[in-house]
Write a protein that binds this ligand. Sequence first.
Ligand code: SAH
Ligand code: SF4
Ligand code: F3S
Length: 448
Amino acid sequence: MSETPQKRLFIKTYGCQMNVYDSERMADVLRPLGYGVVDEPEGADLVVLNTCHIREKATEKVYSELGYIKQMKDRKAEAGGRMTIAVAGCVAQAEGKEIMNRQKAVDLVVGPQAYHQLPELIARAHRATGERLAADFAADEKFDALPAERHVTGVTAFLTVQEGCDKFCTFCVVPYTRGGEWSRPVNDIVEEAKRLADQGVREVTLLGQNVNAYDGDGSTLAKLVRQLAKIDGLDRIRYTTSHPRDMGDDLIEAHGELPELMPYLHLPVQAGSDKILKAMNRDHTAESYVKLIEKIRAARPDIAMSGDFIVGFPGERDGDFEKTLELVREVGFASAFSFKYSRRPGTPASAMPGQVDEAVKAERLERLNQLLDEQQRAFNASQVGKVLPVLFEKAGRHPGQIVGRSPYLQAVHAEGGEQLIGTIVPVHIESAAKMSLAGRLEPVLETA
Ligand code: SAH
Ligand code: SF4
Ligand code: F3S
């Protein structure tokens, strides 16, 4: 029997977890065509850059990466081979054909809702005929056309349940790159989750740009989570990213009731000044955010809070920034992501007066990060001496070490055999650093 020669596929993923999911699905679409994923772009038959448009730096990185890839393409051509270069993701959606004009080595451009068209686009690129740009917004077609089978290797997996955004925060490109809010049907998600569980996945993270706005078949995210919690073998459920305005009471209740729903919530607030929040079009105030957290903590007192912050939004004065620090002190975050405001073409905030000096942004970011780092360390330190259930995911860097996650999404290292990977084991936490915990396995009592 002769094997089909494997074509080498290299995918580089930038940006958010939605892109991580999409990259896996692109590999699934291409697998039947003989493409196998490789770790290095050199010599690959197909290189896909799955890009992010969220900040200027993210976008610029793509063009410099394309410069390197072009050299590899030239080397391969000199050796008589062919490398096809595809740009996918949010830069593809936002800049479309301009990408092919700016970097001639690019063969095709495919937006986030058109990955199922990849085989066709590649064929056209090879024939050098027809349209090589696919960037429409029909998310339902994409999911219907993707193969049901997913190729997963780990014990955790992402599962996209919702895409797009109708919120139009004035700084953000996502509503333009991902289109309007759209939810997948409940049954499709349940089926996908069951198949994942059958393949050994113990934890799923439900993904959406506004995941808690999920309303597939008139359901809510809470109802969906309750259904998924019933699936045998699926022991842990997470979801991200949520918007404060969609944090429904039934979801908060579910946090108090469902042991499968992990006590970790990423709920971006962006800023602590009501003036800035209003200019951002966030539709919440600092006070309403704090009240919301109180309500969530009443349902699930140990919940670990995570957030996103932007410093230096147009019009942000020192006093406004101080309010962000105040809010951080009041809430207490277990982890967080903070960014300098980046002016994105076409967004309302990019044309607002009062753009903030880069040096001021840098200084504010440093102060905010210092406070957030302290809180993260304190949160991790508060786990020392406790016994946490850890889902082990992989071997650690040192021999005999395994690594997993606590319910609060902290990485946990312990000495243990690889047979524990894929199991949830009680771990006595002995030490904590900024990014991880270390502990020893609790002795399991043998019963005769
Ligand atoms: N849908 C999610 C995440 C959107 S993008 C949400 O609403 O929270 C992730 C984060 O990037 C945002 O939460 C925001 O903090 C940051 N971000 C978005 N646009 C930005 C910009 N123009 N400049 C700096 N940070 C930005
Ligand atoms: Fe962007 Fe706001 Fe939508 Fe989040 S809610 S994706 S920050 S517009
Ligand atoms: Fe970036 Fe698009 Fe995600 S802009 S953050 S990859 S939705």
